[in-house]
Design a binder for this molecule. Sequence first.
Ligand SMILES: [Zn+2]
Length: 325
Amino acid sequence: MNLRSLALLLLLACPLQAQEPTTQPTVELIVTVSVDWEGRSLDAANVAAMVDLRERFPKVPYTHFLNAAYYTHADVDAEVIGREIRKTLLASDEIGLHIHCWESLMVASGVTFRDQPTFWGRPASRRGGREPGHEVELDAYDLEEIRKVTRFSKEKLKEQGFELSKSFRCPGWCASAKILHAVRAEGFLIDSSATDAAWHDQELDGLPIHARIRALWPEISPLSQPYPIETTSGEILEMPDTGALADYVTGEEMIAHLETVLAAEKLNGLRFAHIGFHHETAARYGPRVRECLEHFADDGRIAFKTLEEAARLFRAQKKTVEIGK
Ligand SMILES: [Zn+2]
């Protein structure tokens, strides 16, 4: 028997293995990656770190919570600012609004600056010649003042070519009912300030901001899903920042967080989760986000979406469930 006949005989003797059907895993989890732009600085190292992340993961859209304060500090070149920010953007991104109460931003908005209460407990100061205000709670201002700075921020960013979505994040995650009322009245329909203070236990222990986050969001956990909040000016959809931001969460913790949401038995249907980082610390903490994105890069159970797209999917799912009732 020649080799060819032997091979044929063996083939006939062994029934062919049934071909495994190739199945695409179903998407179970929508993850939003957000960036908080603090309005402090646009350092080359942080811009470069963001550009690097974007080049590595071009299919992951971001939701930027952009800050108009970059344009209100003394002696700034608007052209340079716009150019640096745009280096980090992809066409698939969403641009929402973040406010920190920098003195120049408040003054430009027609509001008298207040130096407290702050996240750290002591009044904002000009030590080292720095402009104060980043650390002041937005809740330090009254309703009309918050509306003014929100309106000014929108207009300023629009004038600089940034068309904002209807998504908002409060400074320090400290969104009081008054703030949600104010931003809803200014047209924002999605808030992403809710977070679990447990993420900050180590880094912010004993500081007023930690107690404030806990007091404002007592029910929020890493498993929290989107839910509506009634404000005096209408409903706002809360899309919790379930995984906080990278300054407080290691890459390993981000991975574990998303795996926990995927495995949570009490959640039904499409689930929603959130990770992110600050622009101003992107060089330092961007590698944590990179570790997480690398881990899930080819995981068909997860789809990365902007916050407004995630909100759309959440609303569509809710509607389907309601129709089915
Ligand atoms: Zn911030």
